[in-house]
Design a binder for this molecule. Structure first.
Ligand code: GLA
Length: 337
């Protein structure tokens, strides 16, 4: 029997650049998923979870069926290919990460299954690559590697400064007086519905047009077709913002970090076009009331925002904000070291 606990993640900055050769800064949530895997001799896998819609089973090499348990079945299939598991397994999933909110519940489940069955000394980056493979090849979402690396390498209280090109990374502690709060906007989103793929293809097309492997390396985009220019502008600027934010975090410059977060939101809203009016209103309202920074997080199209608040702002600050945005709710506050 193997057990694991894996956190969800919130991306603090560096959005939509993990397949464009950029830097990202995701942080672990205090929320996570607990996985128990019990191998058996039958030629089928079973999953059960109280949080999701209970139980599912599938013969060993079943393709994805559009069910939440696909992430578990896909991870078990990858584990068998790696030799971590010989036959079928029963898997129990207990999670307090909200699903479909942009905080990587699926990466945590996939990585968590792999972690539970792999030998303890297995390189976590290798597990992250396998988990990304499950998303790309089994589920069919062409995501980058940020989420899997984040949940593989960080614990609550830490952010991951990650070069997505080389996979070099550093864990950075969240300073004790930096209050990051994650709010759900109330707008639900789904990645596999094709919008992620379309944005990704536009980035790859822009990189081809400027004859570069990585769009983050571009500087002159004036020759790009007008439809690709804003997308490329976001990618290039976001990489600069992410690098500046990593420096600001290390230097303890919260105001600078917050301003970069808000600039990232504006770029995701106006150039990359992955925000929604509800999220824009929530972000604007948070900044108007004194948040140091606020932005949509993850792929976007709804889901969550992350706010950086001055240490003095507590529940009495948050309550009126949530009153004015009744669809929004608090997901969690990040732990600090
Ligand atoms: C999703 C993907 C990541 C990344 C973000 C956008 O979370 O899984 O790979 O591309 O969107 O930054």
């Amino acid at each position: 029997m193997g057990k694991s606990w894996t956190p969800g993640r919130v991306n603090l900055i560096g959005e939509w650049i993990d397949f464009n050769g950029g830097w990202v800064l995701p942080a672990a949530l205090p929320l996570g998923v607990e996985i128990t895997v019990t191998p058996h001799r039958e030629a089928l896998d079973r999953v059960c979870s109280a949080q999701f819609d209970n139980r599912a089973e599938a013969p060993l090499n079943t393709p994805a069926r559009g069910h939440w348990a696909d992430y578990v079945f896909g991870a078990l299939q990858a584990a068998r290919r790696e030799g971590y598991l010989a036959g079928g397994a029963n898997v129990e999933v207990t999670s307090d990460i909200p699903a479909g909110a942009g905080v990587s519940s699926s990466a945590a489940v996939t990585l968590g299954v792999l972690k539970a069955v792999a030998p303890e000394t297995t390189c976590r980056t290798h597990l992250a690559k396998l988990a990304r493979g499950v998303e790309n090849n089994f589920i069919g979402v062409p995501c980058g590697i940020m989420d899997q690396m984040a949940v593989a390498h960080t614990l609550p209280g830490e952010a991951l400064s990650l070069n997505t090109r080389t996979l070099d990374f550093d864990r950075v502690a969240i300073p004790p007086d930096w209050r990051f709060v994650v709010l759900h906007s109330g707008v639900t989103r789904k990645l596999a519905d094709g919008r992620y793929k379309l944005r990704r293809e536009a980035c790859l097309e822009a990189a081809r047009a400027v004859e570069l492997d990585w769009l983050c390396d571009a500087d002159d985009i004036s020759d790009l077709p007008a439809s690709l220019r804003p997308i490329a502008r976001h990618v290039i600027d976001e990489n600069h913002r992410a690098k500046a934010a990593i420096k600001a975090l290390r230097a303890g410059e919260a105001e600078k970090f917050g301003a970069l977060m808000t600039a990232s939101h504006v770029s995701l809203r106006d150039d990359f076009d992955v925000s929604t009016p509800e999220v824009d209103a929530l972000v604007a309202s948070a900044v108007d009331r004194g948040a140091l920074g606020a932005r949509i997080t993850g792929a976007g199209f709804g889901g969550c925002c992350v706010l950086l608040l001055p240490g003095s702002m507590g529940q009495d600050w948050l309550d009126p904000l949530l009153n004015d945005h009744p669809a929004a709710r608090l997901i969690c506050e990040l732990e600090r070291v």
